[in-house]
Design a protein around this ligand. Sequence first.
Ligand SMILES: [Fe+2]
Length: 436
Amino acid sequence: MTDLDAVLGDAGPTGLKERIAAELAAVRERSLAYTDADDDMLVRQHSPLMSPLVWDLAHVGNYEELWVLREVGGIEPLRPEIDHLYDAFKYPRKDRPSLPLLGPAEARKYISGVRGRVLDVLDQVDLTAPDPLRSGGYVFGLVLQHEHQHDETMLATLQLSRRPGLVRDGELPPGRPAAEPEVYIPAGVFTMGTDAVAWAYDNERPAHRIYLPGYWIDRRPVTNGAYMEFVADGGYRDPRWWLPQGWEWAERNGVEAPLYWTRDGDTWWRVRFGREEPVPPDEPVQHVSWYEADAYARWAGKRLPTEAEWEKACGSRTYPWGEADPGHLGRWANLGHRAARPAPAGAFPDGASPYGVEQLIGDVWEWTDSWFQPYPGYRCFPYEEYSKVFFGETYRVLRGGSWATHPSAVRTTFRNWDYPIRRQIFAGFRCARSEE
Ligand SMILES: [Fe+2]
């Protein structure tokens, strides 16, 4: 089956257009909900690591204008004078509050004007055209995933703001104890990456065969409770567990626990979207840097998995449980902000991979040991600034998506990347070890 047949499915181009229109409406509803706040909240910079929320809001509209209206629709720029303000490569995040950005009301008006024309283009476009941006609606997949990715970024900004009120919470299934904490993945060849997922990014392609020796991988992500043992054992005070750069980073910044954690006597507390609460021991740990994850793994007598090991543990399918779309309230994973936190370890037995590895998708992004590098045969599409400029030994790969990731913006082949010092993202990890 080709990409095109797969994405068109039984409903054909009309059905696909209806699905795209519904997904566009849903993601916009999400972006507007996260920016339904007073102007001060939206224009203020809550951290030098993040843009003001109003920048993200107009940026998603500008990106949609560039790709859908100009590239595919051949429409003249609506506001060419603002393009440079919303070019993510032009100004670093810390400088964005001093730019003459559109104000909240103007930004909402601009993105809704763009969206109206996008729906006209969707109406007209031939989704079976050979052009790779049109074929199977790729360009719409691009802007949909992009907006959801910015929505997750906005959640990280809201968490950094420490202001309560804007982020809803929801119910999650209970955890379960694990009989065997690790899973053995036998030696052998597996297919990494994809040629078949229609809206996959260039960095997930092409599919290629890789041999891995046998290894052990944690059945579930490392929990807060396990991480507390590392802290209690003096993990942050013992350079044996740390890479030199990580040790220096932790010393210089006074890092001695995950971001948002504070200690009161014997109890660890955390701030989550402006609320203080005891740290729940059975949830996967989040808001740790790659350096902290790496140090924990060494302390535990293990290491971080490579991204190939992480992906192989999923069992070479679109999701660890198979091909069924996770949806918002799927029984397989905690995605799409159904709750504003990771689910307890063991909450999704039905989401296990064929090997029995759990919670690979959702809950927390998982740091891996791998640098963000192109796959053999990589071809840049549709532009260099999505992936290509980030390849090298600067960023570490994260896999699997978090509770804040929308189901349409994650799959077993999806690759995320960040600096090894970053902690504001919804990232945790699991450990692996080589066969002895
Ligand atoms: Fe962007």
